[in-house]
Design a protein around this ligand. Sequence first.
Ligand SMILES: Cc1cc2nc3c(=O)[nH]c(=O)nc-3n(C[C@H](O)[C@H](O)[C@H](O)COP(=O)(O)OP(=O)(O)OC[C@H]3O[C@@H](n4cnc5c(N)ncnc54)[C@H](O)[C@@H]3O)c2cc1C
Length: 497
Amino acid sequence: MEKKKIIIIGGGVSGMSVGIYAQTNGFESQIIEKHSIAGGICTAWYRKNYRFDYSIQWLVGTKEGAFHNTMCETNIINDQVQIINAEIHNRNIAKDGSDLIIYTDLDRWMEYLLSISPEDKKAIHKLASDIRWASHLQPFDIAPALRTAFKYTKAFFHCFPSLYIAIRHRGKNFTQYIESLNIKSDVLKKKLLNIYGEGNYACYAFLLIMGWYFRKNAGYPIGGSLGVAERMKSKYESLGGEFLFKKEVEEIIVENGSAKGVKLTDGTILRADYVVSAADGYTTLFKLLKGQFKSPKLDHVYSKWILFTSMVQVSFGINKELHTDYSIQVVQACGEKIGSTELKHNYRILNYNFDPTMAPEGKSCIIIRFDSPYDLWEKLDKEAYNEEKKRIEEDAKKILEKHYPGSSQHIEVCDIATPLTTIRYTGAWRGSYEGFIPTPKNVIDQLDQRIPNLDHFYLAGQWLFPGGGIPPSVQSGKWAIQLICRDEKRKFVSKPQ
Ligand SMILES: Cc1cc2nc3c(=O)[nH]c(=O)nc-3n(C[C@H](O)[C@H](O)[C@H](O)COP(=O)(O)OP(=O)(O)OC[C@H]3O[C@@H](n4cnc5c(N)ncnc54)[C@H](O)[C@@H]3O)c2cc1C
């Protein structure tokens, strides 16, 4: 019997997940990827012998749960992958030089907070108990449309403490949540408020992050983002899947309300029984489908939900071992300038000394990241763009020198990736590398994988979930194939039988 064919647009982690489960379930599949390598945003690049990573700092599901199962099935993690659990999430440095360390071990963090403000025992215990309760959230293994009332009831009992916290703090952003703890010490309150600045970031998202750390279920895989992408690619190809690199989809072919294939920018037409788009949501809906398929929800989301601000990454390869106890430091720098960008909140400085795959022995890889609005970059001509990169390099070197005195004279390579780089290589709308920000209003919301009035077509990827991230993106790839198996009336399997 001839196999049904699925065309997958985009070879990021979500597209590869779709492909792996498609092959596992007996479909023929093809991934169309406009870049020359797999991984999308989950990537890294080499300059001299340094590897500059663009994504993973922590991966939810490295130990247990539905995300864990999916990551094992898609080869994101396997027995050979070393997972490390950082002791410190990050060190947050205020403008006056004082700092706050966020330990991943909850008891240790509470002890530390109490040492800053013993009088705030009650508030600190409240924070700890909210984190513990939030940590009970279990992601679903099954696509929303396939969940039965029984599944929801079972999940409700499992997740009740976390849902209680979500409801209790419904509508609160991080700042409002910290205010609600009634912290007596101004010093402690200020330090905590600095964690997210004044953005409208949902407090529940923060409690979940800390909860996952607390359960040691958010580790870091040695080899980072490129390692993940390469393992997924090899799994997909070992199952017989086919990648088409350097091919860009221009249009999704729709006939009689049903997706029938894709047209590439080189004019090639590829026909299929199903199309799954794992490209960024805006490109899919408004370019490839020409904005013809709408719903009140989609209109609302694409006009009202806030995007993660695009960012600049400055990567340094340094011919010297640079030690630090803090691999991730978040430095409050509101009002300071890097190049033409006036910082709204902070910049981050990462030292990858915890991963030996990032720099040759005796050398170091340091990365500086900062938000830089797309509007600043959108209209720059080539000359202005190169000038801006030069200015950024100069400013970034000063920052490097401030944190690692004497290091700038050992720089072997400096690489600057801008919002335009992100767009060129991944197509991410306005350079938003994680899609929509989780705000108090949308933190537990998500988009449907099916678009109304369009059959044989599904969406996958980070644009379905506020907050983005690899685990939900990969999970949505699995869900897409569960839905196609339902349409085809065949039993979904998660592993080759
Ligand atoms: C700095 C940074 C830190 C991060 N940290 C973490 C972290 O610690 N943990 C975590 O879980 N996540 C993290 N993320 C987020 C994570 O990397 C993303 O959520 C995830 O990789 C998104 O995967 P995706 O497949 O949904 O989308 P993408 O990676 O955007 O994949 C889409 C793919 O589609 C291709 N494409 C687009 N349009 C077309 C077209 N027309 N034709 C053909 N191909 C097309 C693109 O080239 C791309 O390869 C981070 C991201 C960044 C940038």
